[in-house]
Design a protein. Structure first.
Lengths: 155, 326
């Protein structure tokens, strides 16, 4: 059954009828067309669906949409401002942190959550923050270097 | 994964309302972080008509040190527990156990209560409906008999929560709310050695909080072994709480998880009190932990490895804490 859900999506308040059993992932992708958030393992093991909820990285595949009522949800689509990609996105682009690209939105949102809390993380802190995100291309070194570059650029 | 089945979602704002909703709906389930329950529902391991979301209950989310007791609400996230400076400094095993659960994105959602009530796990249970049907199910759900121990009348699915052994080593008590008020229970008595009925929590009760006595003068730690370093349930996990006085062991508690259907305190360590932690004491710790670690073939990893590694963890952690307390 559908019920009204009100929440912040990428800085904009939305209210609409959403099924009570909808996952946040399905609401974002199918309901709002925000397909930047990826459906990977779909069971909480790969991190491809990572989004920010009140600045904390969480898994959209293991979260009910209605549990997020009143909260701030951010997806990778919300990072660019006025058509310009963010410093972190640019770092992934320039440091080759992206290969096939499927894990990239989840990696970027997990890293974004880290950098908001800890703008100048050590390499170990980056590794811990991204521990829940799998890259099937195994480009982990470049991904960590991308986050380091973004952290350095904001210094 | 399959789509979630249809259910009605209720969102109470007080613990009392949650208990009343549970009592009024027989086929209901509580959900908190949802990191374990949602994948399980999608695999057909639970089919609730009504889901009661506990995320909106503010009174279940708190960490406070009140005199010599630490009180934590059952809705507190594992990330909050792992990141709390007081818990890190004075209840170290608890912070280490919370931090050892899954990955950072899980810990931001998963709660203390969810981890303590975690469903037991088995390679014959945590599978898709298609897989389980092909194997004619098992006694834990829809089928007959135990696939792990074929002649057994009981289920051997393993309890795999990381936080419970830390709280057993810290002698915590749990606060439980039911239709007739609240009760307190020692955490070890919260569990049963039965993979199908592993909690002594009644269907109409809700775990609302944890009370942990201050352990000043003790040192405590938790460590687990798992297949994947980043996100995985324990093949075996061990918590140790130790108090050293000069060259003598004043008190020692060791608790295990992942190696039976309940988290449990290692027995028979009382005679080590008052003596130094020498080779004989370490041998006794190894032998007693071997008795407690009765892992069965419930994971993809050989059960003999799990039975063997738990005593190694216990000995290694005890030695480390003993030396650190010198």
């Amino acid at each position: 059954m559908k019920r009204i859900l009100g929440l912040w999506i990428n800085g904009r308040w939305r209210e609409e009828a959403v099924a009570e059993n909808a996952l946040l992932l399905d609401y974002l992708r199918d309901g709002l067309g925000l397909t930047g958030t990826k459906q990977g393992c779909d069971g909480g093991e790969c991190g491809a669906c990572t989004v920010l909820i009140d600045d904390q990285p969480r898994l959209a595949c293991s979260t009910l949409a209605h549990s997020m009522a009143g909260r701030r949800v951010e997806t990778v689509e919300g990072l660019a401002t006025e058509g310009n990609i963010s410093r972190l996105q640019r770092a992934f682009h320039e440091k080759l942190g992206t290969q096939c690209g499927f894990c990239t939105p989840g990696m970027i949102m997990a890293a974004e959550g880290l950098l908001r809390q800890n703008p100048h993380p050590e390499r170990d802190e980056i590794r811990s923050a991204l521990a829940g995100n799998l890259c099937r291309c195994t480009g982990y070194v470049k991904i960590i270097e991308s986050v380091e570059a973004a952290a350095g650029a904001s210094a | 994964m399959s789509a979630l089945p249809d259910f009605q979602l209720l969102r109470p704002t007080t613990a009392a309302d949650a208990v009343a909703m549970r009592a009024a709906n027989a086929a209901s389930r509580y959900i908190a972080g949802g990191t374990d329950l949602l994948p399980n529902i999608r695999r057909g391991l639970a089919e609730p008509d009504v889901v009661i979301d506990l995320c909106g209950i503010a009174e279940l989310t708190h960490i406070e040190l009140d005199g010599d007791t630490l009180r934590i609400g059952a809705g507190t996230t594992l990330a909050a527990i792992a990141g709390d400076a007081t818990i890190r400094a004075r209840f170290t095993a608890l912070a280490e156990a919370a931090e050892a659960v899954a990955g950072p994105t899980h810990r931001a959602a998963a709660t203390l209560g969810g981890n303590l009530c975690l469903d037991t796990r088995c390679v014959y249970y945590n599978q898709s409906e298609y897989w389980r049907e092909s194997n004619k199910y098992c006694m834990k759900l829809k089928g007959e008999g135990c696939r792990v121990a074929k002649k057994s009348k009981r289920c051997y699915a393993a309890f795999s929560g990381d936080v419970a052994p830390a709280l057993i080593a810290l002698a915590a008590e749990l606060e439980i709310l039911g239709p007739n008020g609240s009760r307190r229970v020692a955490i070890a008595d919260f569990y049963r050695d039965d993979g199908m009925a592993w909690l002594t929590l009644a269907p109409d009760e809700l775990l609302v909080g944890v009370h942990v006595p201050l352990h000043d003068g003790w040192t405590t730690a938790y460590e687990k072994v798992r297949v994947r370093g980043a996100i995985d349930f324990p093949l075996a996990g061990v918590a140790v709480a130790l108090k050293r006085k000069g060259n003598a062991l004043e008190a020692l508690r060791i608790a295990c998880t992942g190696v039976s259907s309940r988290p449990l305190l290692v027995e028979g360590l009382g005679e080590l009190a008052g003596k130094p932690l020498d080779a004989a004491a370490l041998a006794a710790i190894t032998a007693q932990t071997e008795i407690a670690a009765s892992a069965m073939r419930t994971t993809v990893v050989d059960m003999l490895y799990r039975r063997g590694v738990a005593p190694v963890l216990a000995r290694r952690l005890t030695e480390r804490l003993w030396n650190a307390a010198a």
